[in-house]
Design a protein. Structure first.
Length: 330
């Protein structure tokens, strides 16, 4: 059993409390390799932002849980070396079983998500409560989910949104004891969050998606005032980066995300954790494609992963300062 406290990590309780009181959201960035980790830590140190490092089941399979945990431990030291001791949470993203959550708690994670949203309500409650009971023994915080995002949530595919029902949240939070709640109000995972027919096109041919359901968010906030809310699927799919990818041989068709103004609005509410993964993938891919297309004789990975890391860092700094508002909070 490794305690996250010995690794210099923190759970999410205090940082969420501050974020809600001061109307900003904490970035939750996914990572599975060193360049992503460097970009995240450099961006958060330079902007003085707390951060949640997220590991999905896929990342765990790809990079190995032990290596990822040591990387998070290294991130704590790296941030100090860069001069700012930012709060760092190591979080399991979309945990789907009790055993996986338990294993992460034992490996030094400071926070876990148990995503029981695809199960019937009572099963979701029972599974989430079981994870909470175990995790809280070690002061590890737990995120639950109610409502299903359209698109692919890990290996489970949901064709349509099932919006969170505000009538359920109070009972869910009370019965499970979760520390935060992911909700479904119109966001979804990936780079194609909406079908073109769900959007309208502006004069430049850019797809404008339907707005998030702020009415549902407000109804949820009324029922559980001050309770930490999480938004998954919150990439905005920057069109300038999509254009770079497509210019240099990529084929991202009809890619569309959540407009940043809407995420900004959400960040000033009880939404205190905003998950961003796809935008980072897009930024890195754009940078790598540009190097491959414009410098075809390069074959040193540092010559394309370096620019990818720089692009990623620039994106994260922008998100922190202009969308989430978590800069200058440490
Ligand atoms: O919500 C999913 C995250 O973007 C992680 O994606 O399962 O491909 O690692 P992944
Ligand atoms: P995006 O695909 O919109 O980046 O969402 C990431 C996410 O929710 C990770 O859990
Ligand atoms: Zn997610």
């Amino acid at each position: 059993m490794i305690s996250y406290k010995d690794l210099g990590l923190v759970n999410s309780r205090e940082i969420f409390k501050k974020a809600i009181e001061n109307q900003y959201a904490i970035p939750a960035f996914n990572f599975n390799n060193m360049e992503q980790m460097q970009a995240i830590i450099q961006a958060c140190v330079e902007t003085k932002s707390p951060v949640i490092l997220q590991v999905s089941s896929g990342a765990r399979k790809y990079a190995n849980q032990t290596l990822l945990r040591y990387m998070a431990q290294g991130a704590v030291e790296y941030a100090k070396e860069l001069g700012v001791n930012i709060p760092i949470v190591l979080h399991l993203d979309h945990g789907d079983t009790f055993e996986l959550c338990k294993s992460c708690v034992e490996y030094g994670f400071s926070s876990v998500m148990i995503d029981g949203s695809h199960h019937p309500y009572n099963e979701n409650v029972a599974l989430t409560a079981k994870v909470v009971e175990y995790a809280h023994k070690y002061d590890v915080t737990v995120e639950g989910e109610l409502g299903v995002l359209a698109g692919v949530e890990d290996e489970v595919s949901a064709e349509h949104h099932t919006y969170t029902q505000p009538e359920e949240v109070e009972d869910f939070v009370k019965k499970t004891g979760v520390d935060s709640l992911a909700i479904s109000i119109g966001t979804s995972h990936g780079a194609n969050k909406f079908k073109p027919e769900q959007c309208v096109r502006n004069e430049q041919g850019i797809l404008i998606p339907p707005p998030l359901r702020f009415d549902i968010l407000e109804a949820i906030e009324k029922r559980i005032p001050g309770f930490p809310i999480v938004l998954h699927g919150a990439s905005s799919v920057p069109q300038d980066l999509v254009a770079v990818i497509n210019k240099y041989g990529g084929a991202l068709k009809d890619a569309v995300g959540i407009p940043e103004e809407q995420l900004r609005r959400a960040a000033t509410s009880a939404v205190c954790k905003i998950n961003i993964d796809s935008d980072g993938r897009i930024a890195m891919t754009a940078a790598v494609r540009e190097v491959f297309a414009t410098k075809p004789s390069e074959f040193d990975p540092r010559k394309y992963l370096g620019p990818a890391r720089d692009k990623l860092k620039e994106l994260y700094k922008h998100k922190i300062a202009n969308v989430l508002g978590s800069n200058n909070r440490v």
